[in-house]
Design a protein around this ligand. Structure first.
Ligand SMILES: [Zn+2]
Ligand SMILES: [Zn+2]
Length: 409
């Protein structure tokens, strides 16, 4: 149980921490929610860009954000505007059902309100707005997102809530009496895709290490829990990644933004929010949902791509192109150009048998840039295979994938 003094201490702790995960406290920033969020796009296009794979469309989605309808500080329309600026294909605003710090000002009996506001703001655009909620409990259940739900109102059951609307803790406590299991089962009965949020959150796991619990293991086994955040805001969890692999959960990366994307990630300086790349049959809510249940996801966090090999390798292959093979005049020194069609600056380590001319074994291919590579096979050959370890991609904790590019004359 939380008391007011604890809340105060937590508020201070979070205020002075740069790690803002699902702040279950009021943040100190004063924002005029109905004003215009100034987001000058000084560097031009800030859209998060990864190419489609041979088989699938690569959808860029943020499945965990907040607005004023729980503890966020912006109106849902601003989330939609940010998503459009970031070139997202899909967005979910997932309000805390039980933690409602603005309820004295914004009491709305319909918990779908953030969704309907966002869906209306997105009309006329091709942004997919996904209905979702954050089920908010203390450990061990912790925080759980349910998306592709039908009705958020059925995921909360606060009996005898306090009459005083400013009694935020009282409402939270009343709502927490309803077991987390009932809430996830209610979401499951709506066909929801359900994932475990920030399982390493230091407020619920003080050493910052994610550990599987019976609650999560049982729900994963029973097909009720489908995914797990391995990246949330500024944080990444190798342990959550290991849990995902051990319990067959989809890998999810989210912003969990409460304030402004521009403040938290500085896209005008080249930053970006963490997102999930979803390999979908097409760009539609149905295809997105199908792909999530099929766990066809890759997480884009800082300058790292994280995914299982069957999803990650095709994204890397689509991102990195190799030119036709040519030779320097009157020599057997081969030259090829590597072209990067993605947002990730590729950090490659060459592991081939022939030595290189322009570098030792490290090659960096800038995002949306290219580099020339010269190789010395010792003779003019018609085909050259160049194997690389992609050092800023992960297929398992501490495991980098290998990508072999083939160039022909
Ligand atoms: Zn949370
Ligand atoms: Zn959250």
């Amino acid at each position: 149980m939380i008391n007011a003094a604890t809340i105060h201490v937590r508020n201070l702790a979070i205020r002075y921490s740069l790690l803002l995960i699902c702040a279950a406290v009021a943040a100190p920033n004063i924002v005029h929610a109905h004003g215009t969020a100034q987001t000058p796009n000084q560097l031009g296009n800030r859209a998060i860009t990864f190419p489609d794979t041979e088989t699938y469309q690569t959808l860029v989605v943020d499945l965990h954000t907040h607005s004023v309808f729980s503890d966020g500080h912006v109106w849902p329309k601003i989330r939609v505007d940010e998503a459009l600026k970031d070139g997202l294909d899909g967005l979910a605003i997932t309000e805390h059902l039980e933690y409602q710090p603005h309820r004295a000002d914004l009491l709305n009996p319909d918990r779908n309100k953030a969704y309907t506001e966002a869906a209306s703001a997105a009309e006329g655009s091709d942004l997919l707005v996904i209905r979702g909620s954050e089920i908010t409990r203390e450990a061990p259940a912790g925080h759980i997102n349910a998306i592709f739900i039908e009705d958020a109102n059925k995921l909360i059951n606060a009996e005898n809530p306090p009459e005083d609307l400013t009694d935020v803790l009282g409402f939270y406590t009343a709502a927490n009496q309803w077991p987390a299991q009932k809430a996830v089962e209610a979401a499951h009965s709506q066909g929801a895709f359900i994932f475990w949020n920030h399982p390493y959150w230091t407020r619920q796991s003080p050493d910052g290490i994610a550990r599987i619990t019976d609650f999560h293991a049982d729900n994963a086994k029973n097909g009720i829990l489908h995914g797990i955040e391995i990246a949330n805001g500024n944080t990444y969890s190798e342990e959550a990644f290991a849990i995902a692999l051990a319990h067959d959960l989809a890998l999810i990366g989210v912003s969990d933004v409460h304030d402004l994307i521009d403040w938290d990630y500085k896209p005008h300086e080249g930053g970006h929010r963490p997102v999930t790349l979803v390999l979908a049959e097409d760009k539609s809510l149905a295809a997105l949902k199908e792909a999530l249940f099929a766990k066809r996801t890759v997480v884009w966090f800082r300058n790292t791509l994280i995914g299982r090999a069957p999803e990650l390798i095709p994204v890397l292959q689509a991102s990195l192109e190799i030119s036709a093979l040519s030779y320097r005049k009157d020599t057997s020194v081969a030259q090829v150009t590597l072209t990067n069609k993605s947002d990730m600056t590729m950090q490659l380590r060459y592991t081939g048998e022939h030595s290189l001319m322009l570098s030792a074994d490290r090659i960096t291919v800038p995002a949306h840039g290219e580099v020339e590579v010269q190789v010395k096979p010792g003779a003019v050959v018609p085909t050259l295979e160049l194997p690389f370890v992609v050092e800023n991609a992960l297929t398992a904790p501490k495991q980098n994938p290998t990508l072999t590019l083939v160039s022909k004359r």
